[in-house]
Design a protein around this ligand. Sequence first.
Ligand SMILES: C[S@@+](CC[C@H](N)C(=O)[O-])C[C@H]1O[C@@H](n2cnc3c(N)ncnc32)[C@H](O)[C@@H]1O
Length: 203
Amino acid sequence: MKVIIEHCEPVLSTWLLLEYKYASKLIGKRNLIFSNVKNLAKGKLQRIGTTFSESITKLPFKKAELIVLDPKARKPLKASDLKSNPILVVGGILGEAIPLGRTHEFITKKIRNVKARNLGKAQFSIDGAILVAKLIEGGKKLSEIKARLNPEIKIRKNHSIQLGYAVPVIGKKLKITPGLIKYLKKDIVKDELKLIGGENPWQ
Ligand SMILES: C[S@@+](CC[C@H](N)C(=O)[O-])C[C@H]1O[C@@H](n2cnc3c(N)ncnc32)[C@H](O)[C@@H]1O
């Protein structure tokens, strides 16, 4: 299976890069293409896949070869969809608490009559969606795949973060993006401080 990730976010954040790196590990560097990659992100993404600056909506792939993974698609992805070795198109889009339909807006709508498939009602991360697709390719039905919706991750004593999406479970293990918990424990706290700023109310 080959995967094209259409990079749709304006910034290649640490979180997004962690998801892309796990996607590359899951599918293999040779099978991963990033489209819509502008100069700044190119260097980092060339280490984990092939890059194109053009959008998938403009690249000359045969439409019949593509399947867009889109939460708004009417039909669920099935193993039979993957038999002809299609190219899966996944949105390089970080999840929103309430999904905004950006996959449909940025990708599906722009490739007329392209085949689109969903992975059920729950929103997965980019790498999580690719993992679910791989399990389906391996013969599992969507209904047989386990996942945990909005899992809560303990960051430190009295501090936990809820991930606002579904995470696949294999065996008894949550398949969270490698490096994400470490990032949440350390760097995100610094980033939040930078973003939030604010004054000390007791001074
Ligand atoms: C974090 S999701 C972003 C979805 C975005 N919030 C939306 O409403 O379209 C990242 C990508 O994973 C894939 N994906 C995640 N969950 C999916 C689902 N339930 N069905 C189909 N594709 C899904 C899609 O390709 C999507 O663009």
